[in-house]
Design a protein. Sequence first.
Length: 560
Amino acid sequence: MNIVKRLRLPGVSERWILACVAGATLLRVVLLAFNWPYTDSDEGNMGVLALHVAFQGEHPVFFYGGNYLGPLEGYLAAPLFRLFGSSLFALRLPLVLFFVIFLIGMYYLVLLLYNSRKYALVSAILLGLGSPDVLFLQLRASGEYPELEMFAALMCLLAVGLALTTSRWQQPGAGTKWKRIGLYTLLGALVGQALWVDLLAGPFVLAMGLLLSFFCWRELVRWPGLGLFVGFVVGGFPLIYYNLTVSWEQNSWNVLRSLQASGEAQFLATHLTWTNKLAGMFFIALPMATGGGWGCAPVAFPPSGAQSTLSIPCIIGQGAWSTGYLLLGLLAAGVALVTIWRLTRPRQPVEAGMERQQRLIRQSGQLVVLVSIGLTLVLYTSSPSPAVAPDTSFRYLTCMLLALPILLWPLWHSLSRNRRALQWWLQAVLLLLVAATFTTGTVRSLWQMPVTQARYTEQQALIQDLQQAGTTQLYSDYWTCNILIFLSQEKLICSAVDNDMHPAQDRYLPYRLIVHATPHPAYIFAAGSAQELIMRQRTTANPTHYRVYRFFEFVVYQEI
């Protein structure tokens, strides 16, 4: 079977997949044009980094304040800033490219795994839609999540494709061998880049490595294996160089472990248990990451004590989605394991050997994708994140979406073979329910555009008000600081403080030094916040020392 020829789309299929990609791309560009989703200081941090790369010649290895996250988004946005000026739209535009590559990669991956162009197209259409939570992760430049999806899809595609064509290494012809060496080098570069961007790619790297080790071990001990290693070193060079040149305490792994320890401390301090972890993963994080979130508040789910009759639809809806996801995952894994066991039984006809090998690789490819997302889910659930903040930490499960075509395949495949009316209708209804969930989620995202556009307009007006008032060096909370700095193109400089007005979470430390050196800094906080109450007390005690302004929901205290 000639895999390369199969990947060359004929005219009709080419038009359909191009239409699908174009439609999904247009949807995301329209959302970005209306400044959806809302922006915050995490995204502002990436925007500041892109500004420094574009105009100050900086080349940071990591996201400011996170020495384990590669700032690929900032580097890709920097040339756009040079060409078109800095803006939220230009910062986010590279994310659309990540998504386009992800969608095309998933189309070809499904095509390789199931040899069905129709199902590959249906999968691409579903993945082109998405709930507000899924689209939020794909379109906000806060670091690593859109590109992780892309890298995971491409790594799976290349690994499965190389396994399916491994017999070519045995064929004569230097051209074929050099092409395969080039593909292995590309795969290595993707692995290195993915791990630099975020170590969350680890489960996919491990699973794809096992697939290649089993089916392509002869190549791995020869020139293709060397190409894989060279590609990894080149792709992951920033990560490798940094960890070889810093002390053990400062390396990326230890930074990640310290964050984990901080989360564990919070987990213990709030007297949470494994029940909270399982509930947070099952009812909140998994549905949100895979498109089944209804936008319900975390307190709507057990074991929180705030449930009411109004919580029942949330519990049933998101609980049913997670149940379906996990059951379909177990079903798909079971089918793959049984098929692999049967295909490895001896005494099969010789003439069926090649076809049997192809089926075995396809089933193994499906299984390793499921193993990747299963390992991701286990690691997430064992961490404190699903108990402490499942409604924000669901982003760590962004790659769970890759398993969707594998989970739905048994339902799709059996529709054409099932002769039992009741079972056929049940399977059809389940597929339509998934499609309807993704479609309505997309519509909900579009409905949110006026709100996010109004919020963005307020942020711009706030920046103008602060500049006109002369309050350009400020103290504020973390979630206000970085976005003011970025949207003002550093005309406003802000340093973060915690609830007790102590320095806290300045990701770019020079900003702290600038504000600290200002003779008469300003303070901007949301009305009623802990910091604003402290500033109100200071003003009451010494009213001649401060000038007070009110802009939108913020109160500004300017030292005189």
